[in-house]
Design a protein around this ligand. Structure first.
Ligand SMILES: [Zn+2]
Length: 86
């Protein structure tokens, strides 16, 4: 269940398809966008995911193999680290 807290990056990644399908509840959507506001990593991830969907036509998070997913997750963790150093 979702609590009244900021979403984690992991949750944002899991919700990306729902967000892009525009089936997300307004409240949850607002929290999703609030996270994007403060997180360059997830903003970049969303942009990348959008591009992928545009190219492939359709993509579910369930279609992304776990190793690829963890690679993506660690990739944007690094981006966040870079941002801290900037
Ligand atoms: Zn994030």
């Amino acid at each position: 269940m979702f609590r009244r807290r900021r979403l984690t990056c992991q949750q944002v990644v899991e919700l990306v398809t729902e967000y892009l399908d525009e089936v997300m509840e307004p409240q949850r959507r607002a929290r999703f966008e609030a996270h994007l506001d403060g997180c360059d990593g997830c903003t970049a991830y969303l942009a990348q995911f959008r591009t992928t969907v545009a190219v492939v036509g359709h993509l579910d998070v369930g279609d992304v193999p776990a190793p690829v997913m963890s690679e993506l997750l660690s990739a944007f963790r690094n981006w966040t680290d870079d941002r801290d150093g900037a």
